[in-house]
Design a protein around this ligand. Structure first.
Ligand code: ZN
Length: 664
């Protein structure tokens, strides 16, 4: 027998298990949730009380070139006792709000939020609908309008990242309330429309002759990843290998689009990532758009990647650098379909995770698919100087950045997220080893598929596959701002190494720094001219790490303690090595090593251990023979900084003649 109260408790437990949502003890104060933007409190409250969100979204872009009227029907399951419902909407007009079929005449719409009183809502499934308009403008609107001056055509596309989906339509605009979207767009008759889902059908409206494009329901996706584009696009498609890939570009530039090769590069990226992750491409259809006047290099909208037209159509034959750059953008955006789109950060404090991973995976892919590209050299040159430059300033931040409100998310984009993040992921891969890394990613992507995860979830998966605790890695590289300086000290007795140690310290004392030492694994190269170089794997053991394996070996020409660029930090040279490297750097054949040794010499200057005049003379001596465009460009800049900023005029003057001859 079961008592009545126990039975009631059981019934309640079953009811909440059925929705998977717990009754909410206390919602945050309403004025906090109604603040402009999406506060972390609002996001947490909604994530805890809502699920199974679906948007049926209708937009009409055929009526006006400055506004798109629309209609949204949102359905979702809601926990009991969750209070009034807050929906985000920053568009110009809102009308006909209904909840579960009832008109909501007393809704409040302020600060970009629509508040629906709790009495209209019920436990379990709810339906809210509203009419609205979204703004269309050349910039600053959720629907961007591009006028093609060559043929007068108009093109529209959306760009909602990170927090502008609620400018397009009323929604729960936070990455961890993923929703299935069913989109309908009515557009002028001669236009084509693409979106996240596949086209189900098109229907010509008898009266207006406009065409209604109906798209199939998507998988659960975050609001910032929703997108559509409409206009008289020219399109290409290829079905090769059973995977259809579509490409869209504006008509006036169609002749210049290298459609076959762009489709082929995207296809190779999808194939490679499927193999590497062990997870099939998650979103059914795959299309891409070359978006005119696009503010970024690319954006990883689910199933509809937008690329910057300017960086993808070349007016003249592209240089090798441009070709490599275009490929790495493609690899980055395609990698996001798994890292970012299939598994999404819970909140934009973890923005670094998807950006770091996509850049890192792009380099791995490029290294394998285009061996001649020297992918790791480019990775070093594009990321490390920028990351190190920022991370040794007093204004640096951790890669994980606390974010109290989504409207601050735009300020998180910068070198720490784009350049430090991929650098520490390279270290993480090296620390746990290739097979544990790959298996950990498969586990992470499978476990959190179509859901959300944090950096800690990723470390958990990697800890499981590597059997190594990554707590210290998380504390030092993810939560702590700044970076280590790593300095080798070598003692030579009778021409042999008596002791070799690596010493680390913070590059800068930062206010509130928790301290501690950075864990890590690096390769240390002992270079010789008269015998084979030695490369020794070294795992840091503390502020001082002894390299016992080096003891007794002949004195090397130089020691380089970040061979292969696996470590993250300023890796300095001991003084004998610095002198040797400055003399002989031009003879270093390996592009990555030469780039890094130049970086190390420059770090010696910045640390006050090398005379800027000596650096400038070395750079000026080597520049005419430097065959790598990227290294040459960087060293021109460094030499000029040494001459114009670091040296007093009296010391720079004697070098200026040589500098000017170099520029001729
Ligand atoms: Zn990205």
């Amino acid at each position: 027998m079961i008592s009545r109260s126990a039975f009631l408790l059981l019934a309640l437990a079953i009811a909440s298990a059925a929705t998977g949502l717990e009754a909410q003890a206390a919602a945050p104060p309403m004025d906090e949730m109604m603040r402009p933007g999406v506060s972390a409190e609002l996001a947490r409250h909604r994530a805890a009380t809502l699920r199974d969100v679906r948007y049926r979204l209708e937009l009409n872009v055929a009526q006006s070139d400055s506004a798109a009227p629309g209609m949204v029907t949102a359905t979702f399951t809601r926990a009991p006792g969750a209070g009034d419902l807050v929906i985000d909407f920053r568009g110009p007009t809102l009308s006909s709000v209904t909840a579960n079929g009832q008109s909501v005449s007393d809704h409040v719409w302020e600060n970009g939020h629509l508040r629906i009183p709790a009495r209209y809502l019920r436990r379990g499934e709810n339906t809210i609908s509203a009419g609205f308009t979204a703004r269309i403008a050349a910039s600053g609107a959720s629907i961007i309008r591009f006028k093609d001056n060559t043929d007068g055509a108009t093109y529209l596309y959306t760009l909602l990242v990170p927090a502008d989906a609620n400018q397009l339509f009323p929604c729960f605009d936070q990455p961890d309330l993923k929703a299935r979207f069913t989109l309908t767009v009515t557009a002028p008759r001669s236009w084509r429309v693409l979106a996240n889902g596949p086209v189900l059908r098109t229907h010509v409206q008898a009266r207006t002759q406009a065409v209604r494009w109906s798209f199939g329901e998507t998988q659960p996706i975050s609001t910032y990843l929703a997108a559509f584009a409409a206009g008289p696009w020219k399109s290409w498609s290829s079905e090769q290998g059973g995977r259809p890939i579509g490409l869209y570009a504006r008509a006036s530039r169609a002749a210049e689009v290298e459609a076959d090769s762009l489709i082929a590069v995207n296809r190779r990226a999808v194939d490679w990532l499927e193999r590497y992750f062990g997870v099939p491409y998650p979103f059914g259809k795959f299309e891409m758009l070359l978006a005119p006047a696009f503010p970024f290099g690319g954006m990883e909208h689910v199933g509809a990647i937008f690329y910057n037209e300017n960086q993808f159509i070349f007016r003249e034959a592209p240089t090798l650098g441009q070709q490599i750059g275009r490929k790495s953008t493609i690899y980055h955006e395609v990698a996001h379909q798994w890292f970012g789109d299939l598994v999404t950060m819970r909140w934009f404090d973890d923005l670094w995770l998807k950006e770091g991973f996509s850049t890192y995976m792009a380099a791995r892919m490029q290294d394998e698919l285009d061996p001649a590209s020297e992918a790791w050299k480019t990775f070093y040159l594009r990321n490390k100087p920028l990351a190190y430059g920022t991370d040794q300033t007093s204004g640096t931040t951790p890669v994980w950045q606390d974010l109290p409100n989504l409207d601050l998310a735009k300020s998180n984009y910068g070198p720490i997220v784009y350049n430090k993040a991929p650098s520490i992921i390279k270290q993480l891969n090296f620390l746990v080893g290739d097979s544990a890394f790959q298996a950990g990613l498969t586990r992470f992507l499978t476990r959190h598929a179509y859901g959300n995860a944090t950096w800690r979830d990723l470390l958990d998966a990697l800890e499981e596959t590597s059997g190594t605790s990554l707590d210290a890695f998380g504390e030092q590289y993810i939560l702590r701002a700044g970076m280590p300086v790593v300095q080798p000290r070598m003692e030579i007795v009778d021409g042999r190494i008596a002791g070799l140690t690596l010493h680390q310290r913070p590059a800068r004392e930062l206010a509130g720094d928790p301290g501690g030492w950075w864990p890590g694994r690096v390769l240390v190269r002992l270079a010789y001219h008269d015998r084979e170089d030695m490369v020794i794997p070294v795992t840091f053991t503390g502020e001082v790490t002894r390299i016992a394996q080096a003891e007794g070996l002949p004195a090397p020409d130089y020691v380089w303690s970040n061979e292969g660029d696996y470590g993250y930090g300023l890796f300095l040279l001991d003084s004998a090595s610095a002198a040797f490297v400055a003399q002989n750097i031009g003879r270093e054949e390996d592009g990555l090593r030469r780039a890094m040794l130049w970086g190390a010499l420059w770090d010696e200057v910045r640390e006050g251990r090398m005379d800027p005049a000596a650096f400038a003379r070395t750079a000026m001596r080597e520049l005419p023979g430097e065959r790598d465009e990227q290294i040459a460009g960087l060293n021109m800049g460094r030499a000029w900084t040494a001459l114009s900023t670091y040296l007093p005029e009296s010391r720079a003057a004697p070098l200026m003649g040589g500098w000017e001859r170099l520029l001729l």
